[in-house]
Design a protein around this ligand. Structure first.
Ligand code: GLN
Length: 454
C-alpha cells in the first residue's frame, strides 16, 4: 500500500466514524495528502521505516500552519508559526499529521468534557467518557482512526484515557521528551507521550520523539535506547520483581477493577515474576498536593493569554485593562478559571507557606516513597484509575469527585517517573488499564513487561 492510499483511506475512515466519536477538532487533509505524495515519490529508505503513516496529535501541541486551540475559545484562531520539537522529529521521519485531537481545555480535566468545542465519546460505549485529558487521542486510536496519537500527561492524561479505551499509553520519564511547543500546563509535571494500539508501536514511536533538545533545558541528555528492537519475549519477565502498593488496591477502587488487575498480576506470576505487596504511604496526599502545584504552575503559564499576544481579543473594550479582563473572562472556561484562582491563591504571599510550600514537601515524600520501593523492585504495578469509564455528564458538576479519579496517576508525575497503562481485561464490559511504573529512564523494562503480557 502506498502512503497516498493509506492517507486517503485514513481520512475516509475518520470522516465516516468521527460524527460518533468526535475525536478530531481539525483535519489536516490537504497537507497530509501532499506529504504522502512526497513520501511515495521519494520511496521509503531504511532509516525512515515509518514514513508515510498518518498519526493524530493532541491539540495542545503546536503545529506550524495548522490551527492549535488547546480546546480553548481563547485560542480559537491560533495558527502557530512553528512546530513543537516532537512534531519536527516526526516530520524528519516522514510521518504525517492527520489532524488535531480533542482534549480538556488546556489539558485540565479527566473526561474531555471540559473542551470548549465538543465532548469526545468512548470508543467502546458512546454514552461514556473517553477519559482525559487526552480523550481525543485515546478514542481515536481505540476506534481505529489512527494507529497512534500523541498525548500529554501532567497528572494522568495519557494513562487514564488509555485505560478507559483499552489502548497502550506511555508517559515517559520527566525530561525524556522535549516540551518545546507544548502549550504548558504544569511545567514541572508535563510530559509528552504516545497512545497506540500495540506495545511495539508505542516503543518504536517513543524512541523517535525522545532525546535532548536545546530549546528545553529540562530535557535530558540521557541516551535514547531503540526500545522496540530490544523487546523480547516472555523470558524478560522471569525473576522480575513487581511491587504492588496496597494503597492502589484499597478503598475507593472498584471491585471489578481490582479483580481484573489481580488476574493480570497472577499472569505475571505464572510467567515467573515475583509479586510483592508494598506500601506507598503518602499516596493519600497526592491529589491535594498535585492540584495545588499544578494549578500554581498553570496560573503562571496562562498569564500569556491576555488577548494581545495570542488568540482571541474581546471586542467592545474601553481600555487596556478591559482587554485583559474581557478576553480572559470570555476566552477561558469554568474549570480553567477555577485552577487559575486556586493557583493564584496558593502562591499569594499570605498563603504560600500553608499551601504551595506544604504541597512541595509532600511531593518530596511521595518521591521518597517510590525510591524506597525501587531499592528492591524493578516495577510498580496497579490500576491506572479507580474505575472504568463512567457515563458522560455523571461527574461533571462535582470537581472533587473528578479530581479523585487521578489518585493513582498523579504520584508518578510528582516523582517524575515513567508510567504506562496497558489493556488488562474488562469490568462491566469496559476496558481496565494496568498501570506499570518504572525507575527513571527505565522505560525499556516497562515495555518488556507490557510486551510479554500482550
Ligand atoms: N486530570 C488531571 C487534571 O485535571 C490530569 C490532567 C493532565 O494530566 N493533563 O489536572
Amino acid at each position: 500500500i502506498s502512503a497516498t492510499e493509506l492517507t486517503k483511506s485514513t481520512f475516509e475512515n475518520i470522516k465516516s466514524t468521527d460524527d460518533k466519536i468526535e475525536a478530531f477538532l481539525t483535519l489536516n487533509e490537504e497537507t497530509a495528502l501532499k506529504q504522502a505524495a512526497e513520501a511515495d515519490e521519494k520511496g521509503i529508505s531504511a532509516d525512515q521505516l515509518v514514513a508515510g503513516i498518518p498519526l493524530g496529535v493532541k491539540d495542545n501541541i503546536v503545529t506550524k500552519g495548522l490551527r492549535t486551540t488547546a480546546a480553548s475559545k481563547i485560542l480559537d484562531n491560533f495558527n502557530p508559526i512553528y512546530d513543537a520539537t516532537v512534531i519536527e522529529k516526526l516530520k524528519a521521519q516522514g510521518l504525517i499529521t492527520a489532524g488535531k485531537l480533542n482534549l480538556d481545555e488546556f489539558a485540565m480535566g479527566g473526561s474531555t468534557e471540559n473542551s470548549a468545542y465538543q465532548t469526545t465519546h468512548n470508543a467502546w460505549d458512546l454514552t461514556r467518557v473517553p477519559g482525559g485529558s487526552s480523550g481525543g487521542s485515546a478514542a481515536s486510536v481505540a476506534a481505529g482512526q489512527v494507529l497512534a496519537a500523541l498525548g500529554t500527561d501532567t497528572g494522568g492524561s495519557i494513562r487514564l484515557p488509555a485505560s478507559y479505551n483499552g489502548v497502550v499509553g506511555m508517559k515517559p520519564t520527566y525530561g525524556r521528551v522535549s516540551r518545546w511547543g507544548i502549550i504548558a500546563f504544569g511545567s514541572s509535571l508535563d510530559q509528552v507521550g504516545w497512545l497506540t494500539q500495540s506495545v511495539k508501536d508505542n516503543a518504536l514511536l517513543t524512541s523517535i520523539i525522545s532525546g535532548h533538545d536545546d530549546h528545553d533545558l529540562t530535557s535530558s541528555t540521557e541516551a535514547v535506547p531503540n526500545f522496540a528492537s530490544q523487546l523480547n519475549d516472555d523470558t524478560s519477565v522471569k525473576g522480575l520483581r513487581i511491587a504492588v502498593p496496597k494503597e492502589y488496591l484499597g478503598e475507593g477502587v472498584d471491585e471489578g477493577v481490582k479483580d481484573a488487575i489481580q488476574k493480570a498480576l497472577n499472569h505475571y506470576e505464572s510467567l515467573g515474576a515475583i509479586v510483592d505487596e508494598v506500601s506507598l504511604p503518602n499516596t493519600q496526599y497526592g491529589v491535594a498536593a498535585y492540584y495545588i502545584i499544578s494549578s500554581s504552575e498553570a496560573s503562571s503559564n496562562l498569564q500569556r493569554f491576555d488577548g494581545i499576544r495570542y488568540g482571541v481579543r474581546a471586542q467592545d473594550v474601553e481600555n487596556l485593562e478591559d482587554v485583559y479582563v474581557k478576553s480572559r473572562s470570555e476566552g477561558f472556561g469554568d474549570e480553567v478559571k477555577r485552577r487559575i484562582m486556586l493557583g493564584t491563591f496558593s502562591l499569594s504571599a499570605g498563603f504560600y507557606d500553608a499551601y504551595f510550600k506544604k504541597a512541595s514537601q509532600i511531593r518530596t515524600l511521595i518521591r521518597q516513597d517510590f525510591e524506597k520501593v525501587f531499592e528492591d523492585h524493578d516495577l510498580v504495578m496497579g490500576p491506572a484509575g479507580p474505575t472504568v469509564a463512567y457515563k458522560i455528564g455523571s461527574n461533571i458538576t462535582d470537581p472533587k469527585a473528578m479530581y479523585m479519579n487521578d489518585v493513582l496517576t498523579v504520584p508518578v508525575n510528582m516523582a517524575g517517573l515513567p508510567g504506562m497503562s496497558i489493556p488488562a481485561g474488562f469490568s462491566d464490559n469496559m476496558p481496565v488499564g494496568l498501570q506499570i511504573i518504572g525507575k527513571p529512564f527505565d522505560e525499556q523494562t516497562m515495555y518488556n513487561a507490557a510486551y510479554a503480557f500482550e
